[in-house]
Write a protein that binds this ligand. Sequence first.
Ligand code: SIN
Length: 287
Amino acid sequence: MAEGLAHGIEVIPTGAALGAEIRGLDVRAVDRETFEAIRTVWHRHLVVVFRDQDLGGDLSRFSRWFGELDPAPVDTRGMPSIPEHPEIAVISNIIEDGEPIGALGAYEAAWHTDMSYRAEPPSASLLFALEVPEEGGDTGFANMYLACEELPAALRDRAEGRAIKHDASHDSAGQLRRGVEAPANPGEAPGVSHPIIRTHPATGREALFLGRRRNAYVDGLPSAASEALLDALWAFATRPEFTWHHQWAPGDLVVWDNRCTLHRRDAFDADARRLMLRTQVKGSRPV
Ligand code: SIN
């Protein structure tokens, strides 16, 4: 059912564990009052979708309403995707002059949180679709407040007070980052540790904060116990009842809260074109 918003703008929740569409808005024309209303909806639904946006070079401008922007991760050439816009990551399978123009190819991207291997992972990510394949390439989201609330007590006891080291060596499509050596085992992977259960700095709610499964390591546990705890947490957190998937159209802009969601992407035909631009908003150290 639609929820009201300022200035006749409508909010249509997905009806799943998270996600809502905000209708009737050109995000280039947002003012302070409208943005505050958007932020309230975003905190309630964790992922918001705006359709039919004509953003061109305005993605960074709208993204800055959410806060200061982080530089994007370097691409497979070890450079920002767009040198004059180091805050924009190009996510694409398109090859030009023999070089990929962006990250993640046409592969499946496994469940993850963006850049959680940094000391201060982004609070939000904004992904804008310029070109999309007819089939595949859907992006799934999972609600980590809900997973945390419903975590069985015995599993919560095993996770409480512990931290995960978040691997910086591979991207979410499983590709080794440029200039990084593949770690011999998860304990040796480069990365930063964050609490498994964090408190969202804006809403005060607890959320599971798992990052990505590959090469993750629970600090202080023997390797087998770390693997067993991570397997149990991931199996629980990615249950279908905590998730919702977005099917893209050109002009869609999706904003997700990186502090309380995971996301993943379906693979698609490598001969089809998918071209997306992503920005990420500076966050704080998870506590
Ligand atoms: C991402 O993981 O940030 C990109 C997701 C996508 O390509 O849909």
